[in-house]
Write a protein that binds this ligand. Structure first.
Ligand SMILES: Nc1ncnc2c1ncn2[C@@H]1O[C@H](COP(=O)(O)OP(=O)(O)O)[C@@H](O)[C@H]1O
Ligand SMILES: [Mg+2]
Length: 228
């Protein structure tokens, strides 16, 4: 990202939710983006996740210029490149666990047999193959979040983007979910985790802190732990 600005206009006044963000994230990194409520995290996540475009500045994702894309092009980028994990899991209640995991593959037009195979590989990674034919509401919150991680993994995305992934979980289950992210990072996945919670943020390798729309810390999580 180079000089990313996202401006909103309220009553003739400009609010810069993101104000000159410069950020390089390499393949295979595990980065948390941390900041207080209103600091600009969701705005930044929406741009990183190709859910929205910046007002100005440049954003390249795996070499593709995402800055000036149309809605259809952004949808294609999301399908091909990004696996989302949300605070509220966002599983479809009427689909079985394995069918939920297959959803991104369905959107990517992958055939049924391959979808099922890839969904099982993803469920294996989060240790939930034995729950494949259960309904989501038969699982605990932590297990549902692991299903949503499997769904994010199923499409082999370039980037896993997690928005407050432990926000709805107790501390023991949060630690378990963070453990899965660490394992996925060790396996070479690129992970960006958005959080308001410093104690969660330092579980990543690198911390980027945002304040009033600007980055005011970017470094190793051990260094960050020393200043908070
Ligand atoms: N759609 C919008 N219209 C106007 N202002 C917005 C909009 N979205 C966010 N903002 C403002 O931008 C700033 C950053 O918001 P946001 O990115 O949601 O922060 P965070 O996710 O860190 O809480 C806040 O001041 C917020 O009020
Ligand atoms: Mg937010």
């Amino acid at each position: 990202m180079r000089h990313i600005v996202k401006a909103y206009y309220m009553g003739g006044e400009e609010i810069r939710a993101n104000d000159d963000i410069n950020l390089d994230i390499e393949k295979g990194e595990f980065v948390s983006i941390v900041g207080k409520s209103g600091s600009g995290k969701s705005t930044l996540m929406n741009i990183i996740g190709a859910l929205d475009v910046a007002t100005s500045g440049d954003y390249f994702l795996s070499g593709e210029d995402v800055s000036h894309m149309t809605d259809n092009q952004l949808a294609d980028i999301r399908n091909r490149m990004i696996g989302f994990v949300f605070q509220q899991y966002n599983l479809l209640p009427k689909l079985k666990v394995v069918e939920n995991v297959e959803l991104p593959l369905l959107y990517a037009n992958i055939k049924a047999k391959e979808r099922r195979e890839r969904a099982f590989v993803a469920l294996e990674k989060v240790g939930l193959t034995e729950k494949a034919y259960n309904m989501p509401n038969q699982l605990s919150g932590g297990q549902q979040q692991r299903v949503s991680i499997a769904r994010a993994l199923a499409g082999s995305p370039s980037l896993i983007l997690a928005d407050e992934p432990t926000g709805a979980l107790d501390s023991k289950t949060s630690a378990q979910v963070l453990g899965f992210f660490k394992k996925l990072h060790e396996e070479g996945n690129t992970i960006i985790m958005i959080t308001h919670d410093n104690s969660i943020a330092i579980e990543a390798k690198r911390v980027v802190r945002i304040h009033d729309g600007k980055i005011n810390f970017d470094g190793d999580s051990e260094e960050y732990a020393g200043i908070i």
